[in-house]
Structures are given as structure tokens and as C-alpha cells.
Design a binder for this molecule. Structure first.
Ligand SMILES: [Ca+2]
Ligand SMILES: [Ca+2]
Ligand SMILES: [Ca+2]
Length: 295
């Protein structure tokens, strides 16, 4: 049988076109220039007693094309648009609590079910790509019989201040076995609120300290107490640091000392009231209401 070169060429061209179409489709589904972001999940402990809490942090990092400068820049959490944490308190496979937010997650979760608590995290970047999930487990042991858990008491005289101001922070505790059962007090400060502790104070007696806040944003303060059976409790507070004073609205003031009250006795008379004053808006302000009260 004689081969027809025309038909052979047409088949070759069709096959070539199909190949191009398939590889383009492949390109669209799996763009080689962009990889999904990576999520990280960390816990401050791998084992607690029932009733204690664990601190869980979820962070993420976008990943760009390898080797390019744009790719290097993309390796920053500024490209992550959502962080997700699913908490399965009793480890039965059903998520009991979900956190979704646009900033890295930093949460304290109290674990009450003896067994294994499970935590699952993902993050999503601005191109809509979601990371592979990462998980960790925390063992929850029976509470120690005969021991009372300590309770941390963390206070700050200010939770909102101006950059450069100081706050007085105190950490004390209570314990059903007597406060002397608390063996350690630990205060941790994250001045810029980025999840990394910048200063730690750890001692065997309650802490009372004055700290200056110089970074605008939300500082985080953690206070933890540990008793003689190594049971712990941790409290957190946030201190908002702003760069300008928050204006406090003062009520307007009117001084009626100069008004002759006898002139109001049952007659219609014209009286002149003094101008009200308001420290927030210097100058004249109008009356919104003026009432005559008998007596
Ligand atoms: Ca569950
Ligand atoms: Ca105790
Ligand atoms: Ca920090």
C-alpha cells in the first residue's frame, strides 16, 4: 500500500496541535511559577493536665517562583490572606472550634478532655492557594489527684497608652493548696506583638514591675504561675500603644452663678444666660435646651 504524504502531514499537524493544547491546559492548572504557601503550627507544650491550657500559634509563608527576585519577595507573610485553626478538643475527629483570621493566630486553649487534643492549621495566599494542612497533638493527662491547680492573676494599671509611656504590670496567683504552693512566677513581654517574646522575668515570688512601651501597635503580656506539682495557669493581656493621645471628650459647662433666680418667680421675664464653654471646642457653643426648674 502506497503511503500518501499529504495525509501523513495532516495527521502530524493534528497531533502537534493536540499536544500544544494539552500542555497549555496543564500550564493553566499547575502554574509552575507559583507554589502554595506553607503553614506552621506550634504549641508551647505537648502535654498538659486536664483543665490546663496550651498556647497555639499559626503562622504562614507565601512561596513564589524559585530563584526569581519576585519569588524571594513573595516569601513573606504579607501575601497570606487567611490563617485557619481547627481545634478538636477531645480528639474524636470532629472539629469543635474554628478560628479564621487575616493575621497569624495566637490563642490559648483550655483542654478539659483527658486524652489527645488535636489541632489542624492551614493558610491561604492572595492567589487563593491553600497550604497543605499541618497538625499537632497535645496529650491531656488526668488532673493530679489531691492537688489544686494554681490560678494566675495578671494585671496592668493601663491597657492603652501613648508610645513612650510606662505601665505597671503585676503577676500574682492563688492556689487552693495555699499560695506558698506556687513555686514560680513568669512574666513574658512581646512588645511588638509579633509572637516572639522580647523579655522574660522568672522568679519565685510575685512580680510587680514597670515597663515602658515604645512600639506602636498591640503589645502582649503573658503571666504564668507554676505550682509544686508543675501544674500551671497562664493569663494574657494586651496593651495598645498609640502615637498620639486619644482625645477625651469633656462635657460642656455652663455657669449659672450670675443668674438672678428671684426673677423667675411665676412671671415671664427675659433673662440672659451665660455662654456655655467646652474645652474640646473653644469658642461659643449653642444651647441645645434650657429648662426652668421651679423652686
Ligand atoms: Ca471533637
Ligand atoms: Ca497546687
Ligand atoms: Ca516581639
Amino acid at each position: 500500500m502506497k503511503r500518501n504524504p499529504g495525509v501523513m502531514s495532516a495527521v502530524a499537524i493534528i497531533l502537534l496541535c493536540l499536544g500544544v493544547l494539552l500542555s497549555c491546559e496543564h500550564c493553566i492548572l499547575f502554574p509552575p511559577a507559583h507554589d502554595p504557601p506553607e503553614v506552621t503550627i506550634t504549641a508551647d507544650t505537648t502535654s498538659v493536665h486536664a483543665g490546663e491550657s496550651v498556647n497555639i500559634k499559626v503562622n504562614g509563608q507565601a512561596k513564589g517562583s524559585k530563584g526569581s527576585s519576585a519569588g524571594e519577595q513573595a516569601k513573606s507573610d504579607t501575601f497570606i490572606v487567611e490563617y485557619y485553626l481547627g481545634v478538636d478538643y477531645n480528639g474524636d475527629g470532629n472539629i469543635d472550634k474554628e478560628i479564621r483570621q487575616g493575621s497569624p493566630i495566637d490563642t490559648n486553649e483550655t483542654l478539659n478532655y483527658v486524652g489527645t487534643a488535636k489541632f489542624h492549621a492551614t493558610c491561604t495566599d492572595n492567589l487563593g492557594l491553600t497550604s497543605n494542612p499541618k497538625s499537632l497533638e497535645v496529650i491531656v493527662n488526668e488532673a493530679i489527684p489531691g492537688n489544686h491547680r494554681p490560678v494566675a492573676v495578671l494585671n496592668s494599671d493601663k491597657t492603652s497608652l501613648i508610645k513612650g509611656e510606662s505601665a505597671n504590670i503585676s503577676l500574682s496567683g492563688t492556689d487552693g493548696d495555699g499560695v506558698e504552693d506556687i513555686k514560680n512566677y513568669e512574666l513574658k513581654l512581646d512588645y511588638d506583638g509579633n509572637g516572639t517574646i522580647d523579655e522574660t522575668i522568672s522568679q519565685s515570688s510575685p512580680i510587680n514591675t514597670t515597663k515602658r512601651f515604645d512600639i506602636i501597635g498591640t503589645a502582649k503580656v503573658y503571666g504564668k504561675v507554676t505550682d509544686s506539682k508543675n501544674e500551671t495557669d497562664e493569663k494574657t493581656l494586651e496593651i495598645k500603644v498609640s502615637d498620639t493621645p486619644t482625645p477625651i471628650n469633656q462635657p460642656p459647662v455652663v455657669n449659672l452663678e450670675g443668674v438672678n433666680s428671684n426673677a423667675l418667680d411665676g412671671k415671664q421675664v427675659a433673662i440672659s444666660l451665660p455662654e456655655p464653654t467646652d474645652v474640646d471646642t473653644p469658642g461659643k457653643i449653642p444651647y441645645t435646651n434650657a429648662e426652668v426648674i421651679e423652686g
